[in-house]
Design a protein around this ligand. Sequence first.
Ligand SMILES: Nc1ncnc2c1ncn2[C@@H]1O[C@H](COP(=O)(O)OP(=O)(O)O)[C@@H](O)[C@H]1O
Ligand SMILES: [Mg+2]
Length: 293
Amino acid sequence: MGLFFNKESKEIPRPKGRVISLLNQKGGVGKTTMAFNVAHALSHQGKKVLCLDMDPQANLSLLCSQGVSLESDKNIFHLLLNSVRELKPLHTPVVFTEVVVRNEKIDLLPSGEELSGFELSVAGVSSPRQLILKRFLEKSNILNFYDYVVIDGPPTLGLLVVNILCATDGLLVPFRPDEFSRKGVDHLYEVLENIEDMGITQTPKVLAHIPNLVDYRRKQEGVDLEKIVNGLQERFGEPKVVDPFYNRASIVRSQAEKKSVFEFKGKEFNKLQGQFEHIAGLIEDWRQEGLQQ
Ligand SMILES: Nc1ncnc2c1ncn2[C@@H]1O[C@H](COP(=O)(O)OP(=O)(O)O)[C@@H](O)[C@H]1O
Ligand SMILES: [Mg+2]
């Protein structure tokens, strides 16, 4: 409990850090927005946070690189390939410190479009391809240095997402109250069940579903949201759905300035800060519970 064995069978304590991922197969539901602001909420509560961008579109990398240029042409793709023994000789060596972008508040492991070639690049390796990210995080000891690694996922369901799920401790699932987004959630859970069936790793804990971009003026959305929540209830018993995030111009405005909602004042921002702090609180309570076991 709280311990695992390394190759020499010596007991080493499980790191205190946890991996949190934002996933939904559907694009435009707020994965990046939530990853960015939840990371800042955790940082506000004094936690050391690393944002890990696993979307080849690199939106989170852009948001997190305020005032810092992404000088290095190396990103998480190169770190991952370098972490696979069979592939290492084929690539220029690169280490964590060359790739990480250190910011005042949170650090970033950026993504790049190369990441879209991840599946092909690792197609021939004989080690478990689903566990490349997990093994990389373990080998580089990241969870001993950060309280949280917050992963922003791509809007797909391929090997990248399987890698993310296998490396994740706690999952946050943003969705829009519409049919496509609900299907995205369903597909995600099918993949999760497949991983569970493979039995290669612990499956992540679903910490919360986050309704986002809700338009309170549209009655139909309230009806759809209720349907989705009921569906989740049937599936999980407890659906763990946090208060909805409404469609807010203030979110768009903060992102245009590459800032989190915590850097603004005003009624709307206060409300948003409270919502993100609530999610950060849920995450930290769950981590503390795990640490005490
Ligand atoms: N609650 C919200 N209110 C207004 N705009 C939002 C909200 N959440 C996200 N957005 C905007 O919607 C777009 C899609 O969000 P994003 O986080 O990039 O989704 P994803 O990462 O799932 O593709 C972005 O332009 C973002 O600024
Ligand atoms: Mg995104």
